[in-house]
Design a protein around this ligand. Structure first.
Ligand code: UD1
Length: 422
């Protein structure tokens, strides 16, 4: 596209220095949604400066929450009790996390009209588990004209077993259950650090939750009106942290990631170590050193937390594309999520896909080329690939990267990367 913004990356020397890892997109958007649960003023800190926060803010503003972005990483949100439980198409279709207003609105106001959600385009992303869980609690749904219309007198507690530990379904059931009459048990619940962050903020607001971070979540409903607003610090983003680790690894660098939480990334850190990285937990930060030669290939399969997140996969595939040996990457969550492979191939990567597997044969050197980011994580992976590619890699589709990365270019440049936006 004429005049479209691009990220320009040139082959870079080993990255060195310290970088602050921002707050997590996949947490902050959900924390913003639970300001619907109690009237009053909230302050979120460690809020990443990303487009999705703005979009979620616009959606919540349309529903009736006033939002002010303060200097630095602070967001103030005021729920003055003037809520209109309708989430319009123009805003919902821009962001998957818009579905997260369903649970709080239904639990507190008993009715919601929500356009069916959009977000990243990587295969179909149904919401059947969200709806089945809420139905078990007494909600009724009607889907028409592209909207989900939900009604409930007052939700009641239920025993819900998820077929799959869906992040979004766990969150919606949880945030509805805090106001339900009685106790809700979610079995096979998602266990992501972002779910724990959500539980922590809910508990701060007065919700009664047991089992955060475990497969069984128990929520004892409280009376509507009894929750209160809180101030809360958003958990650090393990996916952005992984991106800086991958950038360090591919350039043969040594970097300290301030704010990165080893306990949220254990499986990934183990796998990076198998590839030859040395990573030390400094308690609230990580120090990473690359091996002297090439990285070693490994086989990786994506799984729900604590397994390897699907969001890490493009980064890992990128590292494997220059590692010594052959690695097999298996996608178990989103069958369509291999679109970035064609872009890596344009950079000279030797990757074959077969169904939900990709076979990656490491090559000595990638070679810079124009490429297009198909989604957030793939965009970041192409930036990482560009650091190791000869010559210049020009990445378009930058708006995807901006959805989830707080100043990726500036942060990488501060570590010595040869990278700009034009
Ligand atoms: C969240 C993250 C996303 C991450 C994903 C998996 C946000 C905003 N997004 O997405 O970055 O890649 O977790 O870690 O936090 N599914 C159903 N029916 C449902 C719900 C989900 O079939 O009702 C399927 C999905 O299509 C997908 C899989 O389950 O194949 C995982 O979905 P889920 O864990 O719900 O992911 P999201 O919450 O959408």
């Amino acid at each position: 596209m004429e005049g479209e913004e691009r990220i320009i990356v040139r082959h870079s020397a080993p990255l060195r220095g310290e970088v602050q890892v921002p707050g997590a997109k996949n947490s902050v958007l959900k924390l913003m949604a639970i300001t619907l649960l109690a009237d009053g003023e909230y302050t979120l800190t460690n809020v990443p400066d990303i487009a999705d926060v703005t979009i979620m803010g616009d959606l919540l503003a349309a529903i009736g929450v006033r939002i002010t972005r303060r200097a630095g990483d602070e967001l103030t949100m005021v729920n003055a009790g003037e809520i209109r439980p309708v989430a319009p198409y123009e805003l919902v279709e821009r962001i998957r996390a818009s579905i997260n207003v369903l649970g709080p609105l239904l639990g507190r106001y008993g009715s919601v009209t929500l356009s069916l959600p959009g977000g990243d385009d990587f295969g179909s992303r149904p919401i059947d588990m969200h709806l089945r869980g809420l139905e078990a609690m007494g909600a009724e749904f009607r889907i028409r004209h592209g909207n989900v219309e939900a009604r409930a007198e007052r939700l009641h507690g239920a025993d819900i077993t998820l077929e799959f530990p869906s992040v979004g379904a766990t969150e919606n059931i949880l945030t509805a259950a805090v106001h339900a009459k009685g106790t809700t048990v979610i079995d096979n619940a998602a266990r992501e650090p972002e779910i724990c962050d959500l539980c922590a903020m809910l508990v701060g607001m007065g919700a009664e939750i047991e089992g955060a971070g475990a497969s069984t979540l128990v929520i004892h409903g409280v009376e509507p009106g009894s929750l209160r607003p809180v101030d809360h610090e958003v958990v650090t983003d393990r996916i952005q942290a992984a991106t800086y680790l991958a950038a360090t690894a591919i350039t043969g660098g040594e970097v300290v990631l301030r704010g990165a939480r080893a306990e949220h990334m254990e499986t990934l850190l183990r796998r990076f170590a198998e590839m030859g990285m040395t990573i030390t937990d400094l308690g609230g930060s990580l120090a990473a050193w690359s091996p002297p030669g090439r990285l070693h290939s490994i086989d990786v399969a994506t799984l729900p937390y604590p397994g390897i997140a699907t969001d890490y996969k493009p980064l890992i595939t990128t590292l494997l594309s220059v590692a010594d040996g052959v690695g097999i990457v298996t996608e178990n969550l989103y069958p369509g999520r291999f679109r970035y492979v064609e872009e890596l191939q344009r950079l000279g990567a030797d990757i074959r896909t077969d169904g939900h597997h990709a076979v990656v044969r490491g090559v000595g050197r990638l070679s810079g080329a124009p490429v297009r980011a198909p989604d957030i994580r793939a965009g970041a992976a192409l930036v990482v690939a560009g650091l190791a590619a000869e010559g210049e890699t020009a990445i378009s589709g930058v708006h995807h990267v901006d959805r989830g990365y707080d100043d990726l270019v500036g942060r990488l440049r501060s570590l010595g990367a040869d990278i700009t936006r034009d």
